[in-house]
Design a protein around this ligand. Sequence first.
Ligand code: KG4
Ligand code: ZN
Length: 369
Amino acid sequence: MAAQGAVLGLESSCDETAAAVLAGDGTVLAEAVLSQEQEHARFGGVVPELAARAHLRHLPRLARAVMDRAGLAPGDLAAVAATSGPGLIGGLIVGASFGKGIAIARGVPFVAVNHLEAHALTVRLPGLIEGGAPEFPYLLLLVSGGHCQCVAVEEVGRYRRLGTTLDDAVGEAFDKVAKLLGLPWPGGPHLERLAARGDPARFALPRPLLGRPGCDFSFSGLKTAVAQLVARGAAADARGKADLAASFQAAVAEVLADRAAHALAMLPEARALVVAGGVAANAAVRAALAAQAEAAHGGRKVRLVAPPLRLCTDNAVMVAWAGIERLRLGLADPLDHAPRPRWPLDEMRGRGGAEAGRDAARPPGLRRR
Ligand code: KG4
Ligand code: ZN
């Protein structure tokens, strides 16, 4: 068994409870994801306190299950990596504390993983992407229920946020519009199915910030436009609902492609557009991004890179992998690292950071600030 340098990854920042064990070379030995969708559906969104309790209930069991499946005992672990932000503080505390407990018990390093960094580095998992992992720097378009941003991924630990949403995250916009159309939560996938039967040209919805300088996003005006149409009876019948869904989806896809094009112009060295997050599951969005990547960008070729769906949405494989990437640079974290509900990628410590240098000079594991 290729368990050399095995790292346990834990994810609990939102409403997925996940655990995974990877060998030090990135081979996935076992993984498990438990969605809490059922627990939150009747509230129409994630209830933070319920999420934290569910993580507490399920995470130890999932961690044990992946260790068993990988054929590993706790003593075989070389490190533990747990998502420590950004996200819902209750869940972050559960995952980080559980991870630190194992690290203390086994005397191995602990890595406090930034959830956004984990999404950003997923495509570097060995053997994952056909044609090879993209070279640095690449552009990350993160489109999920909680995040919508363009990030320049320059190296492990060095990121520049080029643009972000001024109001709703794009997945949130999908969910709110789906709700207006009477679909269950989370509405993105339901809306996509409904849109497949609709006419995307029926309603001329706004394209917020389209063509504007920079690569920020805004979705609340688009959502309001749909709400006003619904109030005027546009979604009274099945035809209207499907046409509204299709029109909304087309507007979002067009805006995302436009913002990605602007972001690519802001990062002229990038040769890859990497998309991640639940909304990357949407075929219309993917098609628009693929077309945008193919278009000429100052004569350079850009390829669209998307992790397989199970690694686009929240999972622990990406957390363990980000842990491995950081450990390779000597970037373990002290056990008093406090989970951070807000943790912008620009504030990451990288190889060159003063903090990184200070920590890297000490043996990994039981470091103290
Ligand atoms: O990345 P994710 O699983 O969780 C986080 O938010 O971190 O993303 C979930 C979001 C939800 O808003 C969901 O409605 C949206 O991604 N989503 C979709 C699709 N599948 C999931 N949105 C549009 N089309 C889809 N096929
Ligand atoms: Zn995520």
